[in-house]
Design a binder for this molecule. Sequence first.
Ligand SMILES: *Cc1c(COP(=O)(O)O)cnc(C)c1O
Length: 374
Amino acid sequence: MTKEKIYLSSPHMGGEEIKFVNEAFEANWISPVGPNINAFEEELATYNGTKYCAALSSGTAAIHLALILLNVNPGDEVICSSFTFSGSCNPIRYQQAIPVFVDSETDSWNMDPVLLEKAIKDRIAKGKKPKAIIIVHLYGMPAKMNEINAVAKQYDIPVIEDAAEGLGSSYFGKKLGTMSDMGIYSFNGNKIITTSGGGALVSENKDWIAKAKFLATQARDAAPHYEHTHIGYNYRLSNISAGIGRGQLRVLDERVRQRRNVFDFYKKELAGIKGIVFQSEFEGAYANRWLTTILIDPAQTGFDREKLRLTLEKENIESRPLWKPMHMQPVFQEYPSYTSGVSEKLFETGLCLPSGSNLTAQQLSGIVEIIKNT
Ligand SMILES: *Cc1c(COP(=O)(O)O)cnc(C)c1O
């Protein structure tokens, strides 16, 4: 008999989700409009301390709409963190714009503000000022937003925060996704909370969010028939999914505490192994610890991250290398990048461990034992 699979991060319902879904069934709001959508938007904005919110079909759709709202057009350049998941930068290409990748710094693993300024200066010198900056808060760890916003302001370039992995984290008390022009979240099945699939765009700018909702519902103008002056998208969240989201929001802070406990457990139990390093919170950072990530120095541990990954896989336990930087991806290699070696090194040595809020103490102890015996 094979052992039950342990996933990297699996959905964890709180109990109230089904109540909101049932309400949708009873009222027959089985649709991309309905009361759960409006309530979910309000509740999410309130949770994050921001003003306006559009519930969407995915985090990727949210980034796409953010780029459209910022007038990113074919041939424009958009700066993006290189160390991320492709969902951050694919929408740049949907707009036929050019991604310009910027490497990470070592505390947060997120975009290096010094390298960002260097990239902006160089792009301007080459004749093109970037139209937008996409900053990713990877693994729920805040990017150095104060420094990044200062650079962005100096050159007057709008910032989109990709907080797909960062819901529930904060930086100097402010929730990730609310510290710049626009923020996006993802509610995919593997994220800290899920709507089965979904996303959101938030902003303090009322007009942007109104326009996002308009574009996300096929850009239908006010008329009894279907009248169109814009190209539209089918990017709205369904009222059923929003019901799941409302239930999930009610347990979000608990999920953050649980994931932080998972991180603390690994850190404490593996403290004796020289050559395994955990990512620390730096000044101002409060991380949701969406995934617990470790860096492995094979010279000290006697095994590299691939050996450990395969060892865990044999026991039906899922682990995963850190994100492969976008400037190394075949599909993005041709685009400009400003690199320092930091993200390449992270990719080479890093591993994500199972981090779900629903892992049992027994499962966690089992994983730790396997790592100790590798
Ligand atoms: C998951 C994710 C996305 C995309 O979100 P979807 O809802 O899956 O489209 C974008 N950026 C990052 C960093 C992510 O982890």
